[in-house]
Design a protein around this ligand. Sequence first.
Ligand SMILES: Cc1ncc(COP(=O)(O)O)c(C=O)c1O
Length: 383
Amino acid sequence: MLLKPYLMIPGPTAVPERVLQAMHRPMINHRGPQYEEMFRRISEGLKRVFKTQSDVLTFPAAGTGALEAAIVNTLSPGDLVLSVSTGVFGDRFAEIAGRFGAQVEKLEFPWGEGAQPEALAERLARDSERAIKAILLTHNETSTGVTNNIQALVKAKGDHPALILVDAVSALAAINLEMDAWGLDVVVTGAQKALMLPPGLGFVAMNERAWEAHSRAKMPKFYWDAQAIKKSLGKGQNPYTPPVSLIFGLDEALKMIDEEGLENVFARHCLLRDALRAGLKAQGLKLLAGDEDASPAVTAVLAPEGMEGKAIQKMMRETYGITLAGGQKKLENKIIRIGHVGYVAATDVLVTLSILDMALTKLGLPIKLGASVKAAQEILMEG
Ligand SMILES: Cc1ncc(COP(=O)(O)O)c(C=O)c1O
């Protein structure tokens, strides 16, 4: 049978036709007026999405590059950094800081659970010398399908002066984040998730406190130096040749977000999450994250007893054309992850659930065909 490729992973995500078309244009001079006009418009659009008055800096990079930029632009070797980790990406943020010579202390939480603000408050209360220079947070832990309550974690910081650095790579433009109102000092994201672009752009927003830290930060940097990006941004440019096609795409993607309305985008992600979870639960499947921490961007499902996660992925992909993500590190083969971030609609959730019913039936699980779809339909029709 014809297999229609269907990408349901938490990044890279499906790119809308409008964005693809926008990218399919001849090059323009990245130092010319046409680029400048577009890039200034984009910069304002990004600020709206980050909910900040601060500049959002664009780096041609993967999200990990932008995380590195967040670290090297605000810290010095030897600085004590508290890394709040709830999974693979929290660990990565910590590792980057460590590689650049920060003294990293981890505040770890079980995979599948959100970070506890009380534990953060307790650790900070013990820091009477105010030695901790930065706290690393992950908004949406893509490896477990958990969304951390950033607002509550920042509240738990109280008046401790540590900078708050947030990895919002799989969250920004899918899950509400208010950089200025919540007092976040650095926020990082990437192109290939909720921004609906192909991979290749990383974004870092820094507030005044972060810029002040930048003036003292001694970690080495050249390409990642935020100052160079900010200086060029003043001219509506980038310091080094930008991936112009991706910038065309970004302009279009931001228009799409504006047209839908950012708050409606968030509501759509929540509704799709709820419908998907209801469908999965209707089949008796176990979800890694509880309802209170459940991510609007990605859902992790435990592989049923005696079944390998990879077998489900294989059946979905090879028999029906749907690509799901697997578990990472200690969750490898134990979970499957369904991405529902970015250009995702009710149709995608319904198709994925109905095909998953079929795949699990073929793998020998006692599934009631259609039960998951019905449960999801009920939620979607209320929404
Ligand atoms: C939360 C989070 N942080 C960081 C990254 C790293 O992004 P990239 O793969 O673009 O380097 C990812 C990618 O999935 C992510 O989900």
